[in-house]
Design a protein around this ligand. Sequence first.
Ligand code: S3P
Length: 427
Amino acid sequence: MENHFFHKINGVNGELILPGDKSVSHRAVMFSAMAEGISVIKNCLLSEDVLSTINVCRELGAKIEVKENRVTVQGVGFKGFRQPAKELNAGNSGTTARLISGILSAQDFPSVITGDESLSKRPMTRVVQPLKEFGADIIASENGTLPVKVFPVEKLSAVKYALQVSSAQVKSALLLAGLHLEETSKIIERAQTRNHTENMLSLPVERIGEERIISVSKKYYPSANEYFIPSDISTAAFFLVLTLLSKNSELSIKNILINATRSGVLKILREMGAKIQIENIRISNNEKYGDLIVKSSSLRNVPIDEKIIPNIIDEIPILTIAGIFADGVFEIRRAEELRKKESDRIDSMCGNLRRLGLEIEEYPDGFSVKGNVSEGGITFDSFGDHRIAMSFAVLSMLLKNGGSVNNFECVSISNPYFLNQINTISL
Ligand code: S3P
């Protein structure tokens, strides 16, 4: 397990092209594996999480070839998956485990989904329970976690189901099960979560007041396609904050996904006073993307509305780093979902920030941070969580005496190229 030391940097300058978006890459691989014929995915993220999806799809019979960041998939067509020879290992990836549960519920063979130690602690009942509403024969472990076992049933039935948790993974699992039925299912969400599944499959979405009602049936089952994956805004967020907080700095980050259900981090940083411009806006596979230009800025903390939480859930760790250098108190509430991520991110953030001598108030659903950051020179715990590791790497690069992050290799879950990218842009 590698302990990585980060020196204080003198600034940021240059241009970055980041790998493809993680959520969109998972979905492009799954939809291509489901479709009949050959699909090509350009700028696919090849991080450990997406490799877990690729491996699971291969086990199920899709032929997948990876060359640099271009992935070619020979998909199996409707109900063409075959019974896997072994358990399907989703590794560290919640998106793989949960989305594949929806697909497997509709197959004519039994299967078992497993994962690594961290994923094996994360809740699966949230997806198992609603899949049972379709008539699926699916069970989680006694603790409601992996392994999840799926058994074939004669036929699923269409549902009308209102999501009980604000989770795009749960929503997507249900939509993927619904793709296997002639009859229309309706999935209802109150808080808008990331909408890549509906976008990429062109599913009809009706808005009634606060509710979004998504319809799905076999009519929308994916066909072979050519995908271009815009670069990941969640990965870009680390470089945005590093640039904003460094003196005399400017960075351009190309082709960043700016889907409105993902760009809350830009909205909040701008409200905090961040100088971020978006240029050259384009669309690919129904997803909007553009180039970001970011400059050093003085930041002040702003209230973070509960409604935006699902939209910034993965960026809260790095937003906290921005918050501790900003005027005023950084506070995040109504974000209990943070406790269900790759680590308990409320605990991980508070633990590390206490090491830095900051005053922390921890709540069941969030935390607040006050005080002045010390000179650093200490070791932070990554908790084996890629987003915690990168957040404290960014913080270390801003501290007079730098800082270390343990088990830093876990960043390869979402961005195996982080250290190279930092070398390219830091002064
Ligand atoms: C994801 C949804 C979110 C997010 C995760 C990716 C997805 O999880 O945190 O990194 O690709 O659908 P939840 O659905 O659990 O909120």
